[in-house]
Design a protein around this ligand. Structure first.
Ligand SMILES: Cc1cc2nc3c(=O)[nH]c(=O)nc-3n(C[C@H](O)[C@H](O)[C@H](O)COP(=O)(O)OP(=O)(O)OC[C@H]3O[C@@H](n4cnc5c(N)ncnc54)[C@H](O)[C@@H]3O)c2cc1C
Length: 382
């Protein structure tokens, strides 16, 4: 078995692990990322990049790479299937990034991998599946399998960025508490045959919510609320819902991704335990409606990298600094979860359609619009 050393080991090279690796490398902290996949994800998956993340990318010097690949959504419409109920202009936001960037996850991961490797050419170990970890007072060891062989890497900290089913969290015995909501959705990407161009549209017909977002390469993402979880989603099933509820016909269009998903909200009991720290979905999951999870992970990674740098300068304050990371993150995640819940309620069938129409108009046509702007763009969370 081969033994290696690294100041920090990050388990999971998804969007959050890669971003954390960049933040640490920029601060001169040595780190190694272990990722079980061979390649970045192949599909569009997480899409919405909020202004707060674009500001972080700018600080780190690579926002332009994202702006070149994504589509800037400057306006959102609320529609009931027959008429526009109201609109919201993100360009009323202050700051240079007054829009939400729609950037498919395969571009996001490729950009982050390239940036991490520029700073740390040997730092990413792919096809490395972590199987167990063990802590002593001073160090933590992590075993992983690669090409049929076992390796061990020892570091001062291990950071679990290994997603919602985190092995790092389970190995450390940190509880993950929360709930599953009854809400279910089907989601797919299709050639764009609408006239909405770069606008996002939320349809609120009485049969249930539909969201529609522009994607690069003249594609559009459709997210449709369903009455129950659809086990074998197909483009035709999604097209049937859309046709019935709002009349738009997606049948026969090229479709590059289709999936079903349910909604969960979970949070780790602690964000660190001795030499193990959690970040991203390994530490919190919020409803995907509102597109905040990946962005929340990036905010957390930024705060954590700052905390680890402070610890390097003041090792005697380790526990105090990590407790602050936990406090700050818990507060941000709680706020984001409440916002996601509000977003889901607005789209729920139970909200009487007439009342919902009045509520949407009230929100989008009165000073309450400023609050809605903040909620939709993750402003004021951090
Ligand atoms: C339908 C849907 C749409 C979404 N849309 C958005 C959106 O628009 N905007 C947004 O902000 N968020 C969105 N999210 C949430 C977002 O997908 C997650 O919050 C984000 O992917 C979390 O990133 P992560 O890096 O923490 O975890 P993950 O993306 O889960 O990455 C974890 C990584 O760890 C690796 N890994 C796991 N176990 C091991 C192991 N034992 N050894 C080595 N490697 C391991 C995995 O291969 C993976 O690469 C959406 C979620 C869903 C379900």
């Amino acid at each position: 078995m081969k033994q290696n050393k690294s100041e920090i080991t990050i388990v999971g090279g998804g969007p959050v692990g890669l971003f954390l690796g960049i933040c640490l490398s920029k601060r001169g902290i040595d780190c190694t990322i272990l990722e079980q996949r061979a390649e970045p994800v192949q599909d569009s998956r997480s899409l919405g990049i909020h202004p707060v993340s674009l500001e972080l990318f700018e600080k780190l010097g690579f926002v332009n790479e994202f702006l070149e690949k994504g589509i800037s959504i400057k306006k959102g419409l609320a529609h009931n299937g027959k008429e526009v109920l109201g609109s919201i202009n993100f360009d009323e936001l202050e700051g240079p990034f007054n829009f939400i960037l729609a950037c498919p996850q395969f571009y996001t991961e490729r950009i982050l991998i390239a940036k991490f490797l520029e700073l740390n050419p040997e730092g990413l170990i792919s096809e490395a599946t972590v199987t167990r970890i063990q802590q002593t007072e001073q160090e933590v060891s992590c075993w992983y399998q690669k090409a049929g062989k076992e390796y061990c890497i020892t570091s001062k900290y291990i950071i679990g960025c290994d997603g919602k089913n985190s092995l790092v969290r389970k190995e450390t015995g940190i509880l993950f508490e929360g709930k599953r909501y009854p809400d279910t959705y089907i989601m797919g990407d299709f050639d764009d045959n609408t006239s909405f161009e770069d606008q996002a549209v939320v349809f609120l017909p009485k049969q249930g919510l539909i969201e529609s977002f522009p994607l690069p390469d003249n594609m559009r993402r459709w997210v449709v609320k369903t009455d129950s979880y659809i086990d074998s989603p197909t483009p035709n099933k999604l097209a049937d819902f859309v046709k019935k509820r709002i009349g738009t016909d997606l049948k026969g269009l090229k479709s590059t991704m289709i999936s079903s998903f349910g909604v969960q909200s979970f949070s780790a009991e602690n964000y660190f335990k001795d030499r193990v720290i959690l970040c991203g979905d390994a530490s919190h999951i919020v409803s995907p409606i509102g597109g905040q999870g990946m962005n929340l992970g990036w905010i957390g990674a930024w705060i954590l990298a700052t905390a680890l740098f402070k610890i390097k300068m003041n090792p005697e304050k380790e526990t105090e600094i990590l407790s602050d990371y936990q406090k700050q993150q818990t507060k941000i995640v709680r706020k984001a979860s409440l916002r996601a819940e509000w977003n889901m309620k607005m789209g729920s069938k139970q909200l009487f359609p007439y009342f919902r129409k009045i509520l949407v108009q009230l929100i989008l046509k009165t000073p309450l619009k400023r609050i809605a702007l903040k909620v939709f763009t993750m402003k004021g969370l951090y």
